[in-house]
Design a protein around this ligand. Structure first.
Ligand code: CTP
Ligand code: CA
Length: 236
């Protein structure tokens, strides 16, 4: 017989996915940035669409174009990304914050190119804190209560290096608790790990204390594992 076709795991779902790295301008030609390539976010968008989801893709700076088929919005600075993410998150089932957001921005923007001079002292850059997009959305969602339209499933990414005091996973568990999101994808970074490469190795931590899931391989393999964890979490 001809049964109904098997439902794709994310059929009918809307996923908002941020990707890439923000840039904070110092003057018209200079900025503070980071090494995020956007590739893991692109792989996530493709995996989500393959699983049947509609994707709202919020791209900061990436080293390649956004995938075809997404609803695209773009942002440069952390504050622009915050506005775009807040808009895309409304009515979405899931928000995945894979963008690398600058924690700080220069306190002042100089609207003409900063010059060096032998008469004046060399400049000192003062930084101020950017908004924490993810943590503020979690707080907004809590404030909205049962009538809210923000995603029930918020996924954070944590790029961590261990140090003498704590391991990568210890920092990850503390960050999951601090951020208040449902899933945290913890990823070990270093100069030659992750950023700009095609390989990735992550551990997915769950706020509901489900067993952590380890995934390694290409960024496509890791994206498939993250999307499978998201689909599982949506099924409850
Ligand atoms: N994030 C965010 N807004 C910020 C900074 C981070 O939404 N201003 C999000 C990132 O997109 C990521 C998660 O928060 O999904 C964790 O980012 P990370 O930089 O690891 O965490 P921080 O809280 O900034 O902590 P740290 O001091 O370790 O950088
Ligand atoms: Ca940070």
């Amino acid at each position: 017989g001809e049964g109904a076709p098997a439902e794709l795991p994310l059929a009918g779902r809307i996923l908002a996915i941020s990707a890439g790295g923000t840039r904070e301008p110092l003057d018209p030609v200079r900025y503070l940035g980071n090494r995020s390539s956007g590739r893991q976010g692109i792989a996530l968008a493709k995996a989500a669409m393959a699983a049947g989801a509609r994707v709202r893709f919020i791209a900061a700076h990436m080293d390649q174009p956004a995938p075809e088929g997404v609803e695209l919005s773009t942002a440069s600075t952390a504050r622009q990304l915050q506005a775009a993410v807040n808009e895309a998150a409304r009515g979405a089932d899931v928000l995945i914050m894979s963008a690398a957001v600058a924690d700080f921005r220069p306190a002042e923007y100089v609207d003409s190119k900063i010059k060096k001079s032998d008469e004046h002292a060399d400049p000192v850059i003062t930084l101020v804190r950017n908004p924490d997009i993810l943590a503020l959305l979690v707080a907004d969602r809590a404030a909205q209560g049962l009538v809210g339209d923000l995603p029930g499933l918020i996924v954070g990414f944590a790029a961590e290096t261990g140090d003498a005091e704590n391991s990568v996973l210890e920092y990850g568990a503390a960050k999951l608790a601090r951020k208040g999101c449902e899933l945290l994808v913890v990823n070990e970074v270093g100069e030659n790990l992750t950023f700009g490469t095609d390989e990735n190795s992550v551990t997915i931590l769950f706020a509901n204390a489900a067993e952590p899931v380890h995934a390694a391989g290409s960024k496509d393999d890791v994206a498939a594992a993250i999307i499978a964890a998201v689909a599982g979490a949506l099924r409850g």
